[in-house]
Design a protein around this ligand. Sequence first.
Ligand code: SAM
Length: 312
Amino acid sequence: MQTFIHPQSDRSKAVADEPACLSGVSPLNYRHAFHAGNFADLMKHAILLQVLAQRPAATPLTVVDTHAGAGLYDLGGEAAAKSGEAALGVGRLMADPATPPEFAPLKAAIEAVNGGGPLRLYPGSPWLTVQALAPGDAYVGCELRPDDYGVLAREIPRVATAKRVRATPLQRDGYLEAAARLKASDTPLLLLIDPPFERGDEYAEVLETLAGLRRRRAASALVWLPLKDLETFDAFLRGLDALGLPDAAVAEVRLRPLSNPMRMNGCALIMIGVPDVVAQAVAICGWVATNAGEEGSRGGVCDMDGANLAKS
Ligand code: SAM
Protein backbone atom coordinates (compact mmCIF):
# COMPACT_ATOMS: atom_id res chain seq x y z
CA MET A 1 0.00 0.00 0.00
CA GLN A 2 1.15 3.50 -0.67
CA THR A 3 -0.03 6.93 0.14
CA PHE A 4 1.04 9.81 -2.01
CA ILE A 5 1.05 13.49 -2.44
CA HIS A 6 -0.41 14.75 -5.67
CA PRO A 7 -0.05 18.31 -6.78
CA GLN A 8 -3.32 20.19 -7.19
CA SER A 9 -2.60 20.55 -10.87
CA ASP A 10 -2.48 16.80 -11.31
CA ARG A 11 -6.12 15.83 -11.40
CA SER A 12 -8.85 15.64 -13.95
CA LYS A 13 -11.85 13.99 -15.56
CA ALA A 14 -11.65 10.55 -17.10
CA VAL A 15 -13.23 8.57 -19.85
CA ALA A 16 -13.29 4.79 -19.52
CA ASP A 17 -11.61 2.56 -22.07
CA GLU A 18 -14.77 0.52 -22.49
CA PRO A 19 -16.85 1.96 -25.34
CA ALA A 20 -20.25 1.60 -23.69
CA CYS A 21 -19.13 3.76 -20.82
CA LEU A 22 -18.60 7.34 -21.73
CA SER A 23 -19.14 7.95 -25.40
CA GLY A 24 -20.98 11.21 -24.82
CA VAL A 25 -23.47 10.33 -27.55
CA SER A 26 -26.58 9.97 -25.41
CA PRO A 27 -27.23 11.03 -21.85
CA LEU A 28 -28.26 7.47 -21.09
CA ASN A 29 -25.69 5.63 -23.18
CA TYR A 30 -23.79 4.48 -20.11
CA ARG A 31 -24.68 1.05 -18.75
CA HIS A 32 -23.16 0.11 -15.45
CA ALA A 33 -23.58 -3.60 -16.23
CA PHE A 34 -20.33 -3.37 -18.22
CA HIS A 35 -18.45 -2.06 -15.20
CA ALA A 36 -20.14 -3.65 -12.17
CA GLY A 37 -17.58 -5.15 -9.82
CA ASN A 38 -14.61 -3.44 -11.45
CA PHE A 39 -11.77 -1.77 -9.53
CA ALA A 40 -13.71 1.47 -9.21
CA ASP A 41 -16.77 -0.26 -7.74
CA LEU A 42 -14.59 -2.09 -5.22
CA MET A 43 -12.99 1.13 -4.04
CA LYS A 44 -16.27 3.07 -3.92
CA HIS A 45 -18.34 0.32 -2.34
CA ALA A 46 -15.77 -0.76 0.26
CA ILE A 47 -15.40 2.84 1.46
CA LEU A 48 -19.17 3.40 1.38
CA LEU A 49 -19.67 0.42 3.70
CA GLN A 50 -16.98 1.73 6.06
CA VAL A 51 -18.76 5.09 6.20
CA LEU A 52 -22.13 3.46 6.88
CA ALA A 53 -20.63 1.22 9.58
CA GLN A 54 -19.37 4.28 11.46
CA ARG A 55 -22.39 6.55 11.17
CA PRO A 56 -23.84 7.74 14.47
CA ALA A 57 -26.56 5.27 15.39
CA ALA A 58 -28.76 7.59 17.44
CA THR A 59 -30.59 9.39 14.61
CA PRO A 60 -32.10 7.79 11.52
CA LEU A 61 -30.13 8.42 8.35
CA THR A 62 -31.45 9.01 4.85
CA VAL A 63 -29.16 8.03 1.98
CA VAL A 64 -29.91 9.63 -1.39
CA ASP A 65 -28.20 7.67 -4.17
CA THR A 66 -28.42 10.18 -7.02
CA HIS A 67 -27.21 7.72 -9.68
CA ALA A 68 -28.35 4.35 -8.40
CA GLY A 69 -27.96 2.03 -11.36
CA ALA A 70 -29.75 -1.33 -11.30
CA GLY A 71 -28.68 -2.35 -7.81
CA LEU A 72 -27.85 -5.92 -8.78
CA TYR A 73 -25.74 -7.18 -11.69
CA ASP A 74 -25.40 -10.57 -13.36
CA LEU A 75 -21.69 -11.25 -13.76
CA GLY A 76 -22.55 -14.15 -16.05
CA GLY A 77 -24.32 -11.79 -18.43
CA GLU A 78 -23.18 -10.54 -21.80
CA ALA A 79 -22.11 -7.09 -20.62
CA ALA A 80 -19.80 -8.34 -17.85
CA ALA A 81 -18.33 -11.00 -20.12
CA LYS A 82 -17.70 -8.48 -22.89
CA SER A 83 -15.83 -5.97 -20.73
CA GLY A 84 -14.05 -8.49 -18.49
CA GLU A 85 -13.83 -5.79 -15.82
CA ALA A 86 -15.50 -7.79 -13.03
CA ALA A 87 -13.04 -10.64 -13.43
CA LEU A 88 -10.16 -8.22 -12.82
CA GLY A 89 -11.97 -6.56 -9.92
CA VAL A 90 -14.35 -8.55 -7.78
CA GLY A 91 -13.02 -11.81 -9.22
CA ARG A 92 -9.59 -11.07 -7.78
CA LEU A 93 -11.03 -9.69 -4.54
CA MET A 94 -13.03 -12.82 -3.77
CA ALA A 95 -10.15 -15.10 -4.75
CA ASP A 96 -7.69 -13.36 -2.42
CA PRO A 97 -7.76 -14.88 1.08
CA ALA A 98 -5.46 -12.14 2.39
CA THR A 99 -7.40 -8.96 1.60
CA PRO A 100 -7.22 -6.22 4.23
CA PRO A 101 -9.95 -6.49 6.90
CA GLU A 102 -11.43 -3.24 5.56
CA PHE A 103 -12.89 -5.30 2.70
CA ALA A 104 -14.72 -7.66 5.07
CA PRO A 105 -18.12 -5.89 4.90
CA LEU A 106 -18.04 -5.81 1.10
CA LYS A 107 -16.94 -9.43 0.82
CA ALA A 108 -19.65 -10.48 3.27
CA ALA A 109 -22.29 -8.62 1.25
CA ILE A 110 -21.10 -10.22 -1.99
CA GLU A 111 -21.20 -13.65 -0.38
CA ALA A 112 -24.70 -12.93 0.96
CA VAL A 113 -26.08 -11.82 -2.38
CA ASN A 114 -24.69 -14.99 -3.94
CA GLY A 115 -26.21 -17.13 -1.20
CA GLY A 116 -22.77 -18.42 -0.23
CA GLY A 117 -22.38 -20.00 -3.68
CA PRO A 118 -20.07 -19.17 -6.59
CA LEU A 119 -19.66 -15.52 -7.61
CA ARG A 120 -22.50 -14.81 -10.00
CA LEU A 121 -24.12 -11.56 -8.82
CA TYR A 122 -22.56 -8.24 -7.88
CA PRO A 123 -24.49 -5.86 -5.62
CA GLY A 124 -24.52 -2.18 -6.59
CA SER A 125 -24.73 0.81 -4.30
CA PRO A 126 -28.51 0.47 -3.69
CA TRP A 127 -28.28 -3.14 -2.51
CA LEU A 128 -25.12 -2.52 -0.46
CA THR A 129 -26.53 0.61 1.15
CA VAL A 130 -29.89 -0.85 2.10
CA GLN A 131 -28.38 -3.98 3.65
CA ALA A 132 -25.99 -1.81 5.69
CA LEU A 133 -28.69 0.54 7.02
CA ALA A 134 -30.60 0.04 10.26
CA PRO A 135 -34.35 -0.21 10.89
CA GLY A 136 -35.82 3.28 10.64
CA ASP A 137 -33.24 4.51 8.14
CA ALA A 138 -34.29 5.45 4.62
CA TYR A 139 -32.84 4.93 1.14
CA VAL A 140 -33.77 6.89 -1.99
CA GLY A 141 -32.32 5.65 -5.28
CA CYS A 142 -32.65 7.64 -8.51
CA GLU A 143 -32.14 5.97 -11.88
CA LEU A 144 -33.14 7.34 -15.28
CA ARG A 145 -32.57 4.32 -17.52
CA PRO A 146 -35.84 2.41 -17.80
CA ASP A 147 -34.16 -1.03 -17.88
CA ASP A 148 -31.92 -0.40 -14.88
CA TYR A 149 -34.75 1.33 -13.04
CA GLY A 150 -36.91 -1.75 -13.61
CA VAL A 151 -34.36 -3.98 -11.85
CA LEU A 152 -33.87 -1.41 -9.08
CA ALA A 153 -37.61 -1.12 -8.42
CA ARG A 154 -37.97 -4.91 -8.33
CA GLU A 155 -34.92 -5.88 -6.26
CA ILE A 156 -34.39 -3.13 -3.70
CA PRO A 157 -37.75 -3.27 -1.90
CA ARG A 158 -37.06 -6.97 -1.19
CA VAL A 159 -33.87 -6.36 0.76
CA ALA A 160 -35.32 -3.19 2.31
CA THR A 161 -38.35 -5.01 3.70
CA ALA A 162 -36.11 -7.65 5.26
CA LYS A 163 -34.00 -4.90 6.89
CA ARG A 164 -37.01 -2.73 7.87
CA VAL A 165 -35.48 0.15 5.91
CA ARG A 166 -37.71 2.52 3.93
CA ALA A 167 -36.57 2.29 0.31
CA THR A 168 -37.82 4.54 -2.47
CA PRO A 169 -36.67 3.78 -6.01
CA LEU A 170 -37.36 6.75 -8.28
CA GLN A 171 -37.10 7.11 -12.03
CA ARG A 172 -36.07 10.69 -11.54
CA ASP A 173 -33.08 12.98 -12.12
CA GLY A 174 -30.85 12.44 -9.09
CA TYR A 175 -29.61 16.02 -9.02
CA LEU A 176 -33.18 17.31 -8.75
CA GLU A 177 -33.99 14.84 -6.00
CA ALA A 178 -30.84 15.76 -4.06
CA ALA A 179 -31.59 19.47 -4.36
CA ALA A 180 -35.14 18.93 -3.08
CA ARG A 181 -33.93 16.83 -0.15
CA LEU A 182 -31.27 19.38 0.78
CA LYS A 183 -33.96 22.04 1.03
CA ALA A 184 -36.07 19.88 3.36
CA SER A 185 -35.61 19.54 7.14
CA ASP A 186 -32.12 19.24 8.60
CA THR A 187 -32.08 15.54 9.47
CA PRO A 188 -29.00 13.39 8.78
CA LEU A 189 -28.55 12.94 5.07
CA LEU A 190 -25.84 11.23 3.02
CA LEU A 191 -25.65 11.93 -0.69
CA LEU A 192 -23.98 9.31 -2.83
CA ILE A 193 -23.18 11.00 -6.15
CA ASP A 194 -21.89 8.61 -8.81
CA PRO A 195 -22.60 9.99 -12.29
CA PRO A 196 -21.54 8.40 -15.57
CA PHE A 197 -19.76 11.64 -16.64
CA GLU A 198 -21.18 11.38 -20.13
CA ARG A 199 -21.98 15.05 -20.39
CA GLY A 200 -19.57 17.95 -20.29
CA ASP A 201 -21.63 19.79 -17.68
CA GLU A 202 -21.71 16.90 -15.23
CA TYR A 203 -18.90 18.29 -13.05
CA ALA A 204 -20.68 21.62 -12.78
CA GLU A 205 -23.91 19.87 -11.88
CA VAL A 206 -22.18 17.92 -9.12
CA LEU A 207 -20.72 21.13 -7.69
CA GLU A 208 -24.10 22.85 -7.87
CA THR A 209 -25.62 19.95 -5.94
CA LEU A 210 -22.85 20.03 -3.34
CA ALA A 211 -23.42 23.76 -2.84
CA GLY A 212 -26.70 22.73 -1.21
CA LEU A 213 -24.70 21.09 1.60
CA ARG A 214 -23.85 24.56 2.91
CA ARG A 215 -27.45 24.95 4.06
CA ARG A 216 -27.47 21.64 5.91
CA ARG A 217 -25.43 20.97 9.04
CA ALA A 218 -26.43 17.31 9.04
CA ALA A 219 -25.70 16.58 5.39
CA SER A 220 -22.68 14.74 4.03
CA ALA A 221 -21.62 13.36 0.66
CA LEU A 222 -19.54 10.78 -1.15
CA VAL A 223 -18.73 11.78 -4.73
CA TRP A 224 -17.12 9.38 -7.20
CA LEU A 225 -14.98 10.81 -10.00
CA PRO A 226 -12.96 9.20 -12.77
CA LEU A 227 -9.30 10.08 -13.29
CA LYS A 228 -8.06 10.53 -16.81
CA ASP A 229 -6.24 13.75 -17.50
CA LEU A 230 -5.15 15.98 -14.69
CA GLU A 231 -6.65 19.42 -15.12
CA THR A 232 -10.32 18.40 -15.15
CA PHE A 233 -10.06 16.84 -11.72
CA ASP A 234 -8.04 19.74 -10.39
CA ALA A 235 -10.64 22.18 -11.68
CA PHE A 236 -13.32 20.18 -9.86
CA LEU A 237 -11.34 20.33 -6.63
CA ARG A 238 -10.86 24.06 -6.99
CA GLY A 239 -14.60 24.43 -7.47
CA LEU A 240 -15.23 22.26 -4.43
CA ASP A 241 -12.75 24.24 -2.36
CA ALA A 242 -14.53 27.45 -3.31
CA LEU A 243 -17.77 26.10 -1.80
CA GLY A 244 -16.12 26.22 1.63
CA LEU A 245 -17.48 22.89 2.80
CA PRO A 246 -15.80 21.38 5.88
CA ASP A 247 -14.02 18.07 6.31
CA ALA A 248 -13.31 16.97 2.75
CA ALA A 249 -10.85 14.18 2.06
CA VAL A 250 -9.97 12.62 -1.28
CA ALA A 251 -9.42 8.87 -1.67
CA GLU A 252 -7.64 7.96 -4.89
CA VAL A 253 -6.67 4.92 -6.88
CA ARG A 254 -4.30 5.48 -9.77
CA LEU A 255 -3.95 2.39 -11.90
CA ARG A 256 -1.01 3.84 -13.77
CA PRO A 257 0.73 7.18 -14.23
CA LEU A 258 -1.71 9.67 -15.77
CA SER A 259 0.32 9.96 -18.95
CA ASN A 260 -2.41 8.89 -21.41
CA PRO A 261 -5.45 11.17 -21.08
CA MET A 262 -7.50 8.93 -23.41
CA ARG A 263 -7.65 6.16 -20.80
CA MET A 264 -9.36 5.85 -17.47
CA ASN A 265 -6.29 5.87 -15.30
CA GLY A 266 -7.99 5.59 -11.95
CA CYS A 267 -10.71 7.08 -9.82
CA ALA A 268 -11.35 9.18 -6.75
CA LEU A 269 -13.94 9.29 -4.01
CA ILE A 270 -14.44 12.65 -2.33
CA MET A 271 -15.60 12.27 1.26
CA ILE A 272 -17.37 15.33 2.64
CA GLY A 273 -18.54 15.52 6.24
CA VAL A 274 -18.63 11.74 6.69
CA PRO A 275 -17.18 9.81 9.67
CA ASP A 276 -13.39 9.52 9.63
CA VAL A 277 -12.56 6.47 7.54
CA VAL A 278 -9.19 7.70 6.29
CA ALA A 279 -7.20 4.75 7.64
CA GLN A 280 -9.70 2.29 6.16
CA ALA A 281 -9.72 4.09 2.81
CA VAL A 282 -5.91 4.02 2.65
CA ALA A 283 -5.97 0.24 3.07
CA ILE A 284 -8.76 -0.17 0.51
CA CYS A 285 -7.18 2.08 -2.12
CA GLY A 286 -3.80 0.45 -1.56
CA TRP A 287 -5.13 -3.05 -2.23
CA VAL A 288 -7.07 -1.93 -5.31
CA ALA A 289 -4.08 -0.09 -6.76
CA THR A 290 -1.77 -3.03 -6.17
CA ASN A 291 -4.15 -5.67 -7.48
CA ALA A 292 -5.84 -3.87 -10.38
CA GLY A 293 -3.08 -1.45 -11.34
CA GLU A 294 -0.02 -1.54 -13.51
CA GLU A 295 3.55 -0.48 -12.99
CA GLY A 296 3.49 2.79 -11.05
CA SER A 297 0.02 2.29 -9.51
CA ARG A 298 -0.74 4.11 -6.29
CA GLY A 299 -3.56 4.41 -3.78
CA GLY A 300 -4.09 6.73 -0.86
CA VAL A 301 -6.01 9.54 0.79
CA CYS A 302 -5.22 13.24 0.73
CA ASP A 303 -6.80 16.38 2.03
CA MET A 304 -7.99 19.14 -0.28
CA ASP A 305 -4.50 20.65 -0.35
CA GLY A 306 -3.02 17.40 -1.62
CA ALA A 307 -1.34 16.50 1.69
CA ASN A 308 -1.32 12.87 2.80
CA LEU A 309 -3.77 12.19 5.60
CA ALA A 310 -2.41 8.78 6.57
CA LYS A 311 0.57 6.63 5.83
CA SER A 312 0.34 2.89 5.43
N1 SAM B 1 -24.07 4.06 -8.11
C1 SAM B 1 -24.15 2.80 -8.83
C2 SAM B 1 -23.37 1.75 -8.08
O1 SAM B 1 -22.37 2.10 -7.43
O2 SAM B 1 -23.77 0.59 -8.10
C3 SAM B 1 -23.64 2.95 -10.24
C4 SAM B 1 -24.24 4.08 -10.99
S1 SAM B 1 -23.69 4.27 -12.64
C5 SAM B 1 -22.05 4.81 -12.47
C6 SAM B 1 -24.53 5.75 -13.11
C7 SAM B 1 -26.03 5.55 -13.34
O3 SAM B 1 -26.66 6.83 -13.36
C8 SAM B 1 -26.39 4.92 -14.67
O4 SAM B 1 -27.17 3.77 -14.43
C9 SAM B 1 -27.19 5.98 -15.42
O5 SAM B 1 -28.26 5.44 -16.20
C10 SAM B 1 -27.72 6.81 -14.28
N2 SAM B 1 -28.00 8.24 -14.58
C11 SAM B 1 -27.40 9.06 -15.48
N3 SAM B 1 -27.81 10.33 -15.30
C12 SAM B 1 -28.70 10.31 -14.27
C13 SAM B 1 -29.44 11.31 -13.60
N4 SAM B 1 -29.34 12.61 -13.94
N5 SAM B 1 -30.23 10.95 -12.57
C14 SAM B 1 -30.34 9.65 -12.20
N6 SAM B 1 -29.65 8.65 -12.80
C15 SAM B 1 -28.83 8.98 -13.82
